[in-house]
Design a protein around this ligand. Sequence first.
Ligand code: M6R
Length: 366
Amino acid sequence: DLGPYRHFMQKEIHEQPRAIADTLEGALQGPFSLQDLWGQDARERLAHVERVLFLASGTSHYASLVGRQWVETIAGIPAHAELGHEYRYRDSIPNPNQLIVTLSQSGETLDTWEALRRAKDLGHEETLSICNVAESAIPRASALRFITRAGPEIGVASTKAFTTQLVALYLLALSLAILRGRLDDVSLAQHLEHLRELPGGVQQALNLEPQIQLWAQRFADKDHALFLGRGLHYPIALEGALKLKEISYIHAEAYPAGELKHGPLALVDQHMPVVVIAPNDRLLEKLAANMQEVRARGGELYVFADLDSHFEAAAGIHVIRLPRHAGLLSPVLHAIPVQLLAYHAALVKGTDVDRPRNLAKAVTVE
Ligand code: M6R
């Protein structure tokens, strides 16, 4: 049932405050319990983890690129993320203390499932799956699991599954930090408070839709777009580019902004819109310098900034401000406007938003 919405994707974008709140319910009500979050013997299985390897595909892989950084920052454990279809065919060095974390909305993605099988064949026993479908192959084949509560996702372009995966990954980073003795009760309470504020922040980001819709009209006649981000927000740039490609068929590429001068800057001229994910984090000044490089070549900038940032709109620089800076959780808020941008660009182009050409919701073939 679409209710007041035109497409499932639009409905699912707008369901995110609810989806995130539901996913957080188990963690925020009552004491923080590893067993309740991840399953029986979670404490024993996670206690020896000295390295984390995330395996996933597509949007789920981009979530893991954020999660990887949270695990290193919050828990102090080395973490890596790989595409399942790459991992399964390459030689890799097994490590019995490595936790294998698979992420999948559907739980049926063959590339991810085969990667999990490969990891198990290599001797990895500690496996954990973050999935949106409880009765699916990947969580069933994992020792520990977390089921996100996004509800059924019908649109081929993943939206609410992505942000709820991020929430689960943040909880994983907190759990590993607790086991390592890196998080006292006061710090844990602060992290949980920030998570509690997340649905409200996401709703405020959704309220920017009319402004983003205006931007989308300018995108619809473009053939190419660049997305830039740094650090925690580079994966959000990747996600924004993938969303735009998938449903509006506009060719879009994402780069960590520091990479511009190593090649992609050659593409920039007045016909190239450049979307910048520019939250108020410690990389902002570096990012501002990258933006100047774009402006100097005539590229038009579309900047998603935070409320209290110093960016001002000017000729060739468009700025939309998110409600506030959400610290480490900022990628969750910044995911929303890039979803809306892709959705509205697709509407202008008149594509089949929920069923884009050549794509399937669950990719169960190689
Ligand atoms: O169900 P999964 O999360 O395993 O799916 C992985 C990818 O196929 C999926 O995220 C795909 O990239 C989406 N269509 C992106 O919007």
